[in-house]
Design a protein around this ligand. Sequence first.
Ligand SMILES: Cc1cc2nc3c(=O)[nH]c(=O)nc-3n(C[C@H](O)[C@H](O)[C@H](O)COP(=O)(O)O)c2cc1C
Length: 496
Amino acid sequence: MAEASTDTFKKDSGSQLRVDYDGLRGWLEAVENLGELERVSGAHWDAEMGAITHMLTEKSGGTAPTILFDDIPDYPKGFRTLYGQTSSVKRVALTLGLPIEQERKVDIVQRYHERMQNLELIPPRWVDDGPILENVIDGADVDVLKFPVPRHHEQDNARFIGTADCVITQDPDDGWFNLGAYRCQVYDGKTIGCQITEGKHGRIHRDTNFERGQSMKFVVLCGQDPLLYMLSSSPLPEGVSEYDFAGGIRGAPIDVVRGPYTGFPIPADAEIAIEGEAVPGNVRPEGPFGEWMGYYSDDSVERPYLDVKTILHRNNPILTCAPQHKPVDETGLLKGVAGAAQIWRALEACSLPDILGVWNHTAGPATRFTVVQIRQRYPGHARNVLHVASNCQGGAYAGKWTVVVDEDIDAGELDQVLWAMCTRFDPISDTDIIQKAWASKRDPLYLPGNFNNRILVDACIPYEQKLKGTFPPVVDVSQDLRAALKAKFPDLLGNV
Ligand SMILES: Cc1cc2nc3c(=O)[nH]c(=O)nc-3n(C[C@H](O)[C@H](O)[C@H](O)COP(=O)(O)O)c2cc1C
């Protein structure tokens, strides 16, 4: 952790692109300037806010607004919730400090991927004060229901304070801090759950502590810079703190104050931070919750919970939320971009050449339908790509379909991908099946032992035919004719 000095401010060697907002409130101003902020007054915390977000997002085609709810019944004006942070490509670009306008969806993945390649990690910087310390509550006054915590879906049996959150845990051996988005159910004002799936970094930290019979401290941020949330909900390599990564993307350290109970770093400009402790053996039934695969697929299960010790919050705090549901939900693009960039990184780390695009389709959801676009260079190239994309850290969790396509197919355009799958793919020779892969119990079809089977689809032109030029030519308009016609009929064709 860096001390307060400008020494830690190191410009990365990459592009001039920079995150151009300060914290969640700065982000909201920027979103308002983009015309993508919707303010809603009077929606109830009990299922209404979640349902409104669902209805505005499901068919929006990546243009849904972010929604700031205020005047929530039972709560003081100014105690707000924010939904739909990442449901438009423009807002994802804003959050990552990338150009707002993209020609193709995969362009933003490529830019993010390139940015990560050049990234210099910048550790956070300790500061003594910040707006998060405007209210520090402990002892008998602790009550997480002082915030308008939603019941997100009609069949959830509880209110969940943590969805678009960052759960901070510390590695008990090396001391690094992980931030992961893990859901937190409310049991009462002083007790919350934290559902962390096997293999996730927070879970490894918790399991390691519990195996040693040790209690464990947690911080749950549930209102923070959207960049931290995006990084927390997408995989980074083991041992790399999301704080350092966020600092690298911002080009400046994240300012953090020391949590009064945990001593953990808490962003000075966060909205709400909850400090707590989990004790080995202390469990309570958790869930069900409307899940990211679009089903209430997880029964109520006994899981460790947190005893809340302190609550820190800004005046007029904003609780960030992301209830997932049947596609398309607000997290589809997040996985489409951040998840795809991780897969791209793994493909290049394995020295696989000519990767032109990666996209996780939002109806998937997450990495259930991943498409990789390549320029085939050798026989077997497509198969190499399929196996790495489906098994690397960014793509392995709960995948189902991984598809590889040629350079003329835009990985982000489903119609083109389906055309390739319908015309360049043979079900017998172009399919591989992976068995007993890393699954999720949120999958209604997970197998005993929590495995799944998944399919790899080679929808590229057979390499030999491509080489010999014997595959039929595509019916298309040539680039030359397109350009000529655009020049001749600018009013008609200027925008196509
Ligand atoms: C809105 C949202 C909610 C999530 N909820 C959970 C959850 O409850 N438990 C979980 O293990 N992962 C959940 N995830 C996925 C993790 O955040 C994701 O796998 C992330 O990479 C975990 O961080 P880690 O790799 O540092 O463990 C959620 C993701 C999003 C976007």
